[in-house]
Design a protein around this ligand. Structure first.
Ligand code: PRP
Length: 180
């Protein structure tokens, strides 16, 4: 049903699995002596974070934070809103933020600065997708799954008006879907 709205697949389910395995192994190595808190940014992070943590073999905590910048459309609004705050303190902790995509860089900069302000020792970012051509603010994630061109993508957590998050791959939406 959803597939008819997809112009082409950019990152397949198999590629996402391989990416998660590779990033999980790197994170396992880099954080083996650190007991980090892995913080996923809702809602886009859900499928990627679930896949990624299966491949992280260290003592770590999992937390979630709700952050919104798109408010439904295809362009980042530039107005980053915390919709659900953390339940735990990050003071003195190593934090790894899990994201589905870094686009303008605004969301990640707001969250990173907030967690540093709250006393996190280190704050790094793992993202399934990086869209460097979309940057409005300087930011380079430490762990990147796949670098994609400046196109509006959906699937594997990424939405258009809250739909398509449940697709098992990353795809480009047919323009007629959002030009309706
Ligand atoms: C998306 C995505 C990132 C952010 C990236 O979230 O999950 O958090 O936008 O964009 P930026 O680099 O331009 O800030 P969105 O606001 O759509 O919320 P969602 O995760 O609930 O879909």
């Amino acid at each position: 049903m959803l597939e008819k709205d997809i112009e082409r697949i950019l990152v397949t389910e198999q590629e996402i699995n391989a990416i998660s395995k590779k990033l999980g192994a790197q994170i396992t190595e880099d954080y083996h002596d650190k007991k980090p808190i892995i913080i996923g940014l809702l809602k886009g992070c859900i499928p990627f974070m679930a896949e990624l943590i299966k491949h992280i073999d260290i003592y770590c905590e999992i937390e979630l934070m709700g952050v919104q910048s798109y408010h439904g459309g295809t362009e980042s609004s530039g107005n980053v809103k915390i919709t659900k705050d953390l339940d735990v303190s990050v003071e003195g902790r190593h934090v790894l933020i899990a994201e589905d995509i870094v686009d303008t860089g605004r969301t990640i900069n707001v969250v990173k600065n907030l967690l540093k302000y709250r006393g996190a020792l280190t704050v790094e970012v793992v993202t399934l997708l990086d869209k460097p051509a979309g940057r409005q603010e300087d930011f380079t994630p430490k762990y990147i799954g796949s670098t994609i061109p400046k196109e509006f993508v959906v699937g594997f957590g990424l939405d258009y008006e809250e739909m398509y998050r449940n697709l098992p791959y990353i795809g480009v939406l047919k323009p007629e879907v959002y030009n309706k």
